[in-house]
Ligand binder design. Sequence first.
Ligand SMILES: Cc1cc2nc3c(=O)[nH]c(=O)nc-3n(C[C@H](O)[C@H](O)[C@H](O)COP(=O)(O)OP(=O)(O)OC[C@H]3O[C@@H](n4cnc5c(N)ncnc54)[C@H](O)[C@@H]3O)c2cc1C
Length: 345
Amino acid sequence: METILVLAHTEPDGSLAKSAREALHAARTLNKSLAGSSLVVGLVGENVQAAADSIAACPATKYFGVAGKDFAPSRYASDAAAAEAICKSAQATIVVAPATSRWARVLPGVAQRLGGRADTHVTGVADAGGKPAINRWYYRQRMEATLTRAQRPWFILVDPGSQAACECGAGAAKVETVTVNLPESGKRTTVVGIREPKADAQTIRPDAELLFVTGAGWTKKQADGQTHVPEAEKHIRGFLQLSRASLGSSKSLVDQGGEGQAVLSFLSHLNQIGQTGSTPRHPKGLSTCCHGEEPHTVGWRFIAERRAISLDPNCGWARGKADVLYVADAFAVMGKVNELLAAGK
Ligand SMILES: Cc1cc2nc3c(=O)[nH]c(=O)nc-3n(C[C@H](O)[C@H](O)[C@H](O)COP(=O)(O)OP(=O)(O)OC[C@H]3O[C@@H](n4cnc5c(N)ncnc54)[C@H](O)[C@@H]3O)c2cc1C
């Protein structure tokens, strides 16, 4: 009989992130499909009661918590000790956790300590004839595999954004405290602060409805024989502010910065979508001034509805990569779109 543990850490304000609720949804899916299995929750953070209460209406039968100041920051030694202790207390055979940066660096190590196995980038869980199974993609999202494992405990790190978030309501949860005696050597790393871009400068927004992709065309000579980079910046920034879309880019455009050419100031390699970039998940995508070549569009695997604006009617988007291709000048289109958005239309 499997004991499925949903392992989550709290956010700095004591709440649970959406990714934790997504992991809970995946765990519950497994729990429903595996006869005789039980579902339990484990929480790590400075204070875990509020987080437990926020999901108290979920079908978990037990809540385990490691709490205290030592467990507030993301730190390998304390996080690993807390996760290990909870897994042991819960006698977990399957551990489902959100693949946050905090858990992704710790849980494979915990699996090693417990003689288990860990799978990362999991995008689905399923029942394979009475056995638990997971889905994940390989070879830059070109091949999808379903796999099962006999080894326990089995750590399953679920990619954020790949699941629906569990909507179970709040209540009063009884949390069983798990005591971890952290040695001094486990407290050597201290977090002195967090440096992050200002909210407005943050162009990568994983929860956005729309992925807006910019290609090298924005910096190329246009019909008048001139480049119009400042104008391109204005259109792109304006659209991002008005739509709150997430900004992606082709490799050619982000590479230009390194080559010393005029380039959009707010782009970095983190924005790159594709084979050597990222593969984000958004319900919709709009590509502009980009050719839609395979190494780029392979990063669009999880974009449900795809549209593109390109001057070239024979670009990759026209060859089955997009649902809709507008053969048009993106400067003109985005200028008009921004005008309409600003007018609230
Ligand atoms: C091993 C390898 C890995 C790679 N990995 C990646 C990757 O991860 N991501 C990635 O993006 N690429 C990747 N590439 C590069 C990829 O093959 C392409 O070279 C790149 O995506 C092209 O970028 P682009 O479409 O922006 O530029 P271009 O090919 O220069 O296309 C610009 C487009 O803009 C259009 N255009 C110009 N002006 C306008 C206008 N006013 N309005 C509308 N359209 C206009 C043009 O018609 C043209 O179609 C990789 C390549 C290799 C070999």
